[in-house]
Design a protein around this ligand. Structure first.
Ligand SMILES: CC(C)(COP(=O)(O)OP(=O)(O)OC[C@H]1O[C@@H](n2cnc3c(N)ncnc32)[C@H](O)[C@@H]1OP(=O)(O)O)[C@@H](O)C(=O)NCCC(=O)NCCS
Length: 254
């Protein structure tokens, strides 16, 4: 797996130890929780602003990292990427300033992880663990995530006849607000685009937040359709949900 250095000492590398996920999770909390106040991410990470809630969220992410599957070539279907900078305080130490998750997905066995069906979301996201006994909250999250991922699921299905029958999904990208606008997201995205190329010239897709779309639009991603519509029950209608648009690198070609 590759890494790269930039003028400011930025390095992009796949994560290979759980301690890094725990540190990276702090970037995610600061970016999605404190800065963007992303309603869907916050619903998925209750208590993120407390140390207990943060530890639980980080532990769930470590669990996801431990459960990574491989494709038929032995490549991981999910890559947790860290962006590190030299620590200003400690010589020879590095800090995690950004984090991304890339997923190779496919509806054909051996070519990537399949799209998750709405009825499976509750189990896959461990919602009983996040909201024990709270069926309404679990239902809300299933509805929002299913809405958010509707177009990605359609593309995964459409790619079943492509060669290879897979896509690379930018599943998450977050940069610590104190290190934004230094080209870190651009480097995390470029790593994934290069990896997609190495894996057989795969198309890349993502759901882009109001902040993220500025970066992705400069890197070959094109918006598809208008704002993603969240189909949720009436009782949840007034909740705040983030603006997202679906973007892909090859327009409408399957
Ligand atoms: C979106 C995010 C990942 C961007 O990270 P970043 O490291 O600051 O982005 P980069 O420095 O690589 O930006 C590259 C270019 O994209 C554009 N860009 C990035 N963030 C922007 C913003 N908030 N507004 C307008 N343009 C922006 C700029 O052109 C920038 O180049 P410049 O700084 O030289 O002008 C970061 O703001 C973040 O974590 N936001 C909160 C969580 C989130 O929304 N994540 C994305 C989910 S899809």
């Amino acid at each position: 797996m590759s890494s790269m250095n930039k003028g400011n000492g930025l390095r992009i590398e796949p994560i290979d130890q759980s301690e890094d996920i725990i540190q990276a999770f702090d970037c995610v909390c600061e970016a999605f929780g404190r800065q963007a106040q992303d309603g869907v991410w916050i619903a998925m990470t209750p208590g993120w602003e407390t140390s207990a809630g943060r530890s639980l969220g980080a532990a769930r992410m470590v669990g996801r990292w431990r459960d990574i599957t491989k494709d038929k070539n032995g490549k991981p279907n999910t890559i947790f990427l860290k962006a590190t900078l030299p620590s200003p305080q400690q010589e020879n130490k590095r800090i995690i300033a950004g984090f991304a998750i890339w997923v190779q997905a496919s509806s054909v066995a051996g070519f990537g992880d399949p799209a998750v069906k709405e009825e499976e979301l509750c189990d896959v996201m461990n919602l009983e663990e996040i909201y024990p006994g709270n069926k309404a909250e679990q239902r809300y999250l299933c509805q929002t995530v299913a809405s958010l991922h509707r177009q990605r699921a359609e593309v995964i299905k459409a790619k079943s006849t492509a060669d290879p029958p897979a896509v690379m999904i930018l599943d998450l990208c977050a940069v610590d607000p104190t290190h934004q606008r230094k080209g870190i997201a651009r480097a995390l995205v470029q790593w994934g685009l290069d990896e997609a190329q190495r894996r057989g010239d795969l198309e890349a897709i993502t759901e882009a937040s109001a902040m993220g779309r500025h970066v992705y639009g400069q890197m070959g991603f094109v918006p598809q359709g208008s704002e993603i519509e969240y189909l949720v029950d009436e009782e949840f209608a007034s909740r705040s949900r983030p603006s997202n648009i679906f973007m892909r690198t090859r327009g409408s070609l399957a």
